[in-house]
Design a protein around this ligand. Structure first.
Ligand SMILES: Cc1cc2nc3c(=O)[nH]c(=O)nc-3n(C[C@H](O)[C@H](O)[C@H](O)COP(=O)(O)OP(=O)(O)OC[C@H]3O[C@@H](n4cnc5c(N)ncnc54)[C@H](O)[C@@H]3O)c2cc1C
Length: 291
């Protein structure tokens, strides 16, 4: 098997490399180098550059705004963005709910949500986990009860990353409590500004505000915001998790992190430094640094 890049692939790699060098936001680079905490606006600054170029969602089908790249091109793109220490984009829209919507959504849902995910106008959060429903996700108890053309949602989610910034959330809700757990769940898109939603911060041991509790009390959501069939949300949930876990693995950026550790260890062995990595060098590898 020949694993060498073809001349076309090398040309593509050079194009990606040059694009990053010329277009990566200078202010963002500066904050990374200084080890400053990154804001929502920082993450959006790189997102917008990639969106303008048409590269923000490499794996999406072309008809919905993807690139049409081969698997090798996508591999090269992820290697090059990691190599250049680019931040990773917020995944909740691009690699989680976006693929669910273009796979299971109605034409109206696709038209409404997909362009705004690509542009970064809408930020999403993931309302899966609950107290008592983590690994055993199908045990979730948040209820959505039909009331005419709305669902009325009551319950609690937890560990909801970046919910404090989210415009929309995708929530797993129990719509039938009388069947096997997996068969009574629906996948519902919720405007986070809807009355009855309260987002409470969970401050982690590191002092950061990344995750939250989300309380839902009599939250009225139009039935048209349900993706796929009622009580078939488990199908969407599993599909989404397959995308999520592959993305979160962060293979290229993790490889860069290991390389960096080796460099630091070698420096120590060579006696060039007696110190631990500087704040600035550590900050060059921010995979999941949200504020
Ligand atoms: C930083 C962070 C961000 C997160 N962001 C989100 C988010 O945005 N949205 C969201 O919905 N969720 C989020 N989560 C939740 C995450 O998906 C859950 O933590 C995960 O599903 C595990 O659930 P749990 O924490 O309740 O652990 P538990 O389910 O209580 O598991 C605890 C331990 O027990 C083990 N265990 C559980 N069941 C079994 C079993 N039957 N047999 C053997 N071992 C078992 C597990 O492997 C684990 O080691 C986030 C979590 C973290 C840490």
């Amino acid at each position: 098997m020949d694993l060498e890049f073809s001349p076309e692939e090398i040309a593509f790699r050079d194009e990606v490399r040059a694009f990053i060098a010329e277009n990566y936001p200078a202010q963002l680079r500066g904050k990374q180098d200084e080890g400053d905490e990154l804001t929502k606006e920082d993450f959006l600054s790189w997102h917008r550059v990639l969106h303008k170029k048409g590269w923000v969602a490499p794996a999406w089908p072309v008809e919905y705004g993807g690139t049409g790249w081969s698997v090798t091109q996508r591999f090269i793109f992820s290697e090059e963005t990691a190599r250049a220490d680019c931040i990773r984009l917020m995944p909740f829209g691009l690699t989680m709910v976006g693929p669910v919507i273009y796979t299971f959504g109605t034409p109206e849902q696709k038209a409404k949500f997909l362009p705004r995910i690509l542009s970064g106008e809408d930020w999403w959060c993931q309302g899966y986990s609950e107290p008592g429903a983590g690994s055993d996700l199908a045990n979730l108890r948040t209820r959505a009860v039909r009331d005419g053309d709305h669902y009325v949602i009551n319950g609690q989610k937890t560990w909801t990353t970046m919910a404090q910034h989210a415009d929309w959330g995708f929530f797993l809700c129990r719509t039938d409590p009388d069947v096997k757990a997996q068969e009574g769940i629906s996948f519902i898109l919720v405007d986070m500004k809807t009355p009855g939603i309260e987002v409470r911060p969970i401050i982690t041991l590191g002092g950061e505000h990344e995750v939250n509790e989300v309380f839902l009390e009599d939250v009225r959501v139009p039935v048209e915001n349900r993706v796929f069939e009622e009580n078939k949300g488990w199908t969407c949930a599993k599909f989404l998790l397959a995308h999520e876990r592959v993305g979160i693995a962060g293979v290229a950026s993790s490889k860069r992190g290991v390389e960096r550790i080796k460099e630091i260890a070698q420096t120590e062995l060579d006696g060039e430094s007696r110190c631990s990595p500087t704040r600035s060098s550590a900050a060059r590898w921010p995979n999941w640094k949200w504020t």
